[in-house]
Design a protein around this ligand. Structure first.
Ligand SMILES: C[S@@+](CC[C@H](N)C(=O)[O-])C[C@H]1O[C@@H](n2cnc3c(N)ncnc32)[C@H](O)[C@@H]1O
Length: 167
């Protein structure tokens, strides 16, 4: 979009972090948190073996905090936090994408993810699901609920809907 909606900082709860990582268990490959805040999800992803693990964040204070937390945990130089606009990074080599963002960004973000991610990618969304995608699994309740989407399945679903609307 020309002017992407703004997303305020609100850190994930310990339960949200645990649920997110549970939905990424057994997976591998480049893992990113879009809007990584203080880096808590990226840190836990790295600990779980998801590598490389990195976060994109625009707020310089949060970037500083994330780097400090990584250093304190002994992961300095192993995980990266980059000052990049999530709308401008190319996601074509990302296999696991974590999205804890406001509902208003979900529709434009859904288009970006569908256009760029590889077929075997998994997207885990916290707090709010993607309104027009069917999750392959979900965990937790209320504010702690997280949803996992397998991009191959989502593409099939979206293409199916497009074909149906043509007949
Ligand atoms: C709801 S917070 C989630 C933080 C972290 N992922 C967590 O779960 O603890 C969303 C974060 O996205 C960041 N953000 C918002 N718009 C962004 C953009 N265009 N590019 C990069 N980061 C962005 C905000 O600064 C904020 O830290």
């Amino acid at each position: 979009p020309a002017v992407p909606p703004q997303v305020p900082y609100q850190p994930s709860s310990p339960r949200q972090v645990a649920n997110t990582l549970a939905l990424l268990r057994g997976r591998a490959g480049k893992t990113v948190d879009l809007g990584s805040g203080d880096g808590r999800l990226v840190l836990e992803a790295y600990k779980q073996g998801l590598r490389p693990a990195l976060g994109y964040e625009l707020n310089p204070w949060l970037l500083c905090l994330a780097n400090y937390r990584a250093w304190r945990a002994g992961y300095h130089g192993k995980i990266s936090f980059l000052k990049k606009d999530l709308w401008k990074v190319n996601l074509s080599d990302c296999h696991n994408v974590i999205v804890f963002l406001a509902p208003s960004v979900k529709p434009p973000l859904a288009s970006k993810l569908l256009a760029e991610l590889p077929d075997d990618a998994r997207v885990v969304a916290g707090r709010y699901p993607f309104p027009s995608w069917s999750p392959s699994s979900t965990l937790g309740q209320g504010l702690d609920q997280v949803w996992a989407y397998d991009i191959k399945e989502v593409r099939r679903e979206v293409q199916g809907r497009a074909q149906q609307s043509q007949v």
